[in-house]
Design a protein around this ligand. Structure first.
Ligand code: SAH
Ligand code: SF4
Ligand code: F3S
Length: 447
């Protein structure tokens, strides 16, 4: 039965990484084209989409809890369409469990077929039957999808999908398929269009941007792409993530150093400081390789900020391995880090490795990392005291409605006094107080 009085509003809830955020922006673009309006209140929306992440177990649990809560929401609002997509849906056992336990879910699709959203909605409105369509992998990238960017002045640009690395703990190669790079001209076209619309900052996305182009017929490297993109007039800042240490070439580091628009900021996840554990993780670099890369970065890019990801409690991690991680964090002097307790992901090689580490030890190791990182972060931030830095003003500060917040080229969060009209502009800010996790400052007028 066709429902003609449908509530054409949507609310997308996004979990996980920037890849998912960018996918949600694409779904928002598709929905806008279909005549839908955004509704921030999920209780009023006609369509709710949960874009899920599966990278750690707590991510899965959280989403399953939220799906569960929609049982009552749907009772009160039977016309609501509930769609669930993203990385969790790429796992058949999760889809099977939703199928049997969560009748409130109407649409299920995966990471490779978000462009089919109009068909899914159309079919559902025609027959009201639950629809499940998940593609195992995809060797093409769907170009020219409309994108509804969250901010007018900064945007994510996905340059490649998937991952070929199969780190032994990680689910991403199973949920996102193999690496597929976008053609450089399509990326440049998108960035040019963003610049034309007034966008100042782009963040290039890929699980391992340093291997960009390896799968394309023409010879194009990530460094070459960076060079081309820095020619795009109007774009002031180019960021990218993530850099895998094994593929971070001198050429990429030299390119960041040479081109002003490429931000002096590198996210370089090391995961562990023990060469023995890195081998078990299948990361394909050693502790010494990390030290070598960080030294090279610091030598060529003065003032650079380097951040990382750390996993504690990988199977078989000894006290000595953990000490090696703490030691490497100190040696590299990371500005900050995302730290995670190892989480078993069914189907990955590490899930069945011997010597899984008890939670209590994971907690203790995590806290030891956090303590060192807090001190390092404070020391790195202290270097900004009394400096004048350029900040892209992004929004009203979370803890003070009379101030704005934004980021330096090096990714530091700055809360500063300035009028709302500065939002969306790159302004000069004098740093008055350096805290452990943010900087306070005053905008310098006239810039
Ligand atoms: N492609 C990126 C990482 C993407 S996942 C890279 O290789 O650097 C983001 C982070 O989640 C990883 O860097 C890792 O630190 C963490 N992570 C991934 N799988 C995990 C697991 N099973 N348990 C705990 N943390 C994990
Ligand atoms: Fe996961 Fe490793 Fe790929 Fe990063 S490089 S997404 S950690 S498999
Ligand atoms: Fe999560 Fe998928 Fe990203 S598993 S971290 S949303 S690629």
């Amino acid at each position: 039965m066709q429902k003609n009085t449908r509530n054409l509003t949507y609310c997308i809830k996004t979990y996980g990484c920037q890849m998912n955020e960018n996918d949600s922006e694409k779904m928002a673009g598709i929905l806008k084209n279909l005549g839908y309006q955004e509704e921030i209140d999920e209780n009023k929306a006609g369509l709710v989409i949960l874009n899920t992440c599966s990278v750690r177990e707590n991510a899965d649990q959280r989403v399953l809890g939220i799906i569960g809560s929609y049982k009552t929401v749907k009772k009160n609002n039977p016309d609501l369409i509930l769609a669930v997509c993203g990385c969790m849906m790429q796992q058949p056992e999760i889809v099977a469990s939703i199928k049997s336990k969560y009748p409130q879910v109407d649409l299920i699709f995966g990471t490779h077929n978000i462009h089919r959203l109009p068909e899914f909605l159309n079919n559902f409105s025609l027959n009201g039957n639950r629809m499940i369509e998940v593609w195992e992998d995809s060797d093409t990238i769907i170009e020219d999808l409309p994108v509804q960017h969250k901010y007018p002045f900064k945007a994510f640009v996905t340059i490649m999908n998937g991952c070929n690395n199969f780190c032994t703990y990680c689910i991403v190669p199973y949920t996102r398929g193999r690496e597929v790079s976008r053609r450089p001209e399509k990326i440049i076209e998108e960035v040019q269009a963003l610049a034309d619309s007034g966008c100042l900052e782009i963040t290039l996305l890929g699980q391992n941007v340093n291997s960009y182009g390896n799968d394309l017929e023409e010879t194009v490297t990530f460094a070459a792409l960076l060079k081309d993109l820095s020619q795009v007039e109007g774009i002031e800042r180019i960021r990218f993530m993530t850099s895998h240490p094994k593929d971070l070439t001198d050429e990429v580091i030299e390119t960041i150093a040479k081109y002003d628009k490429i931000c002096n900021y590198i996210h370089l996840p090391i995961q562990s400081g023990s060469s023995r554990i890195l081998k078990k993780m299948n990361r394909k670099y050693s502790r010494e390789d990390v030290i070598n890369r960080v030294e090279k970065i610091r030598e060529l890019i003065p003032g650079v900020s380097i951040t990382t990801d750390i996993i504690v409690g990988f199977p078989g991690e000894t006290d000595q391995d953990h000490q090696d991680t703490l030691d490497l964090i100190k040696t590299c002097r990371f500005d900050s880090a995302f730290t995670f307790m190892y989480s078993i992901r069914t189907g990955t090689p590490a899930a069945t490795m011997a010597d899984q580490i008890p939670d209590a030890i994971k907690h203790q190791r995590l806290n030891e990392c956090l303590e060192i990182l807090r001190d390092l972060s404070h020391e790195c931030n202290a270097l900004y005291q009394n400096q004048i830095v350029k900040v892209l003003a992004e929004e009203t500060s979370k803890n003070n409605p009379n101030r704005l917040s934004g980021r330096t080229e090096t990714g530091k969060l700055v809360n500063f006094s300035a009028g709302q009209e500065a939002i969306g502009q790159i302004v000069h800010v004098k740093i008055t107080t350096a805290k452990s996790f943010s900087l306070d400052g005053e905008m310098i007028e006239g810039d």
